[in-house]
Design a protein around this ligand. Structure first.
Ligand code: FAD
Length: 301
């Protein structure tokens, strides 16, 4: 069995897309599936995917932070009846790598991940998606590891909804089965190109961020609501509500995690007070925060 690699007091700011967050007690690179049950027997642990949708405090995170290594980055063709193709994908693979590999195989179905800069595991946990769909649309099963070992859970057993993959607390996604097709491959490739160009034109991709901070409320857009209450461009320390897309909070250089959290809190409370809409965070917030900031208040502040 390969030796477990551990970094002590590794700053999250080196790994998270916001480039904020303090020391992780232990960052463990997991290189074999049979190491996992033992590692998550610890009292405090969390998984770090590609860090593109999470916020942790400047004081860092206690316990073990697990990152899936090369053993979780494979892709296997499992079945092909000419129409439907099932592939098994390691949860540590980057979405961009997955899309490149599926492109080489001429397989369509995972376009929803285009431009989403995470891992396949993170995508399943978040039910990541775009205007091209949601990954939950093509997930057939996930292999989950908890303290008792690995078990396969079918798509129908997961409560998948908008930006919520239904993965139970206390489980690590280790691999995912996707149902894909050869049909419509060329059209899908064209839609991806168009979609990526549109994102580039409308999102502040030149600055560190974690993408959209809040989920879109039914029938509305979180960015437009934040803009409507006059917060576009609002700055706290070096964190700012983006001028280009008000549902993005960007790091202008040396933002701290607390500045990002204050922007989240301000966006939430102002939209609630001015419009009555209670925005739901999309970004995953880990660790301990001042009680006046997080959890977000149930009523307007
Ligand atoms: C510029 C930019 C654009 C973005 N655009 C989009 C978009 O269009 N659509 C969209 O849906 N998202 C978007 N995002 C957000 C983000 O990329 C997605 O939510 C992504 O799926 C997160 O994956 P990750 O691997 O980075 O997860 P992380 O951010 O590392 O983690 C997210 C959550 O998943 C958990 N997790 C991660 N991996 C596992 C695992 N294997 N097992 C169990 N739990 C796990 C973490 O503990 C955490 O709770 C964007 C982000 C950025 C920076």
């Amino acid at each position: 069995m390969p030796e477990v690699k551990v970094l002590v007091n590794e700053p999250l700011s080196r790994h998270g897309f916001w480039r904020v967050g303090g020391p992780l007690d232990e960052l463990v690179l997991v290189e074999a599936i049979d190491e996992l049950p033992g590692l998550i027997a610890a009292e405090a642990w969390q998984v770090l995917g590609n860090g593109s949708n999470l916020l942790a405090p400047d004081e860092g995170l206690r316990g073990r932070t697990l990152r899936l290594g090369d053993a979780f980055r494979g892709l296997e063709l499992l079945s092909d009846d000419g129409e439907q193709i099932e592939v098994g994908v390691g949860a540590g693979m980057l979405n961009a790598v997955l899309l490149r590999r599926l492109g080489r195989l001429g397989l369509a179905g995972a376009a929803s991940l285009a431009g989403v800069p995470g891992t396949v595991g993170g995508a399943v946990v978040m039910n990541a998606g775009t205007t091209l769909g949601e990954i939950g649309d093509v997930v057939r099963w996930v292999d989950l590891c908890d303290r008792d070992g690995v078990r396969r859970v079918g798509r129908s057993e997961l409560q998948v909804r908008y930006r919520e993959g239904g993965v139970p607390e206390g489980a690590v996604v280790v691999s995912v089965g996707l149902g894909l097709s050869r049909r419509g491959f060329q059209e899908e490739q064209e839609r991806i190109v168009h979609h990526l160009a549109r994102r580039k034109a409308t999102q502040p991709l030149d600055l560190p961020s974690c993408g959209s901070v809040f989920r879109n409320p039914p029938g509305s857009a979180a960015g437009r609501l934040i803009e409507s209450v006059g917060l576009r461009g609002h700055r706290i320390g070096d964190a700012a509500i983006s001028e280009r897309h008000a549902n993005f909070i960007v790091n202008l250089g040396s933002a701290r995690a607390i500045d990002v959290m204050r922007c989240i809190h301000l966006g939430y409370t102002t939209v609630l007070r001015e419009t009555g809409v209670r925005l739901e965070p999309e970004v995953r917030v880990l660790g301990r925060w001042p009680a006046e900031l997080w959890p977000l208040p149930a009523a307007g502040a």
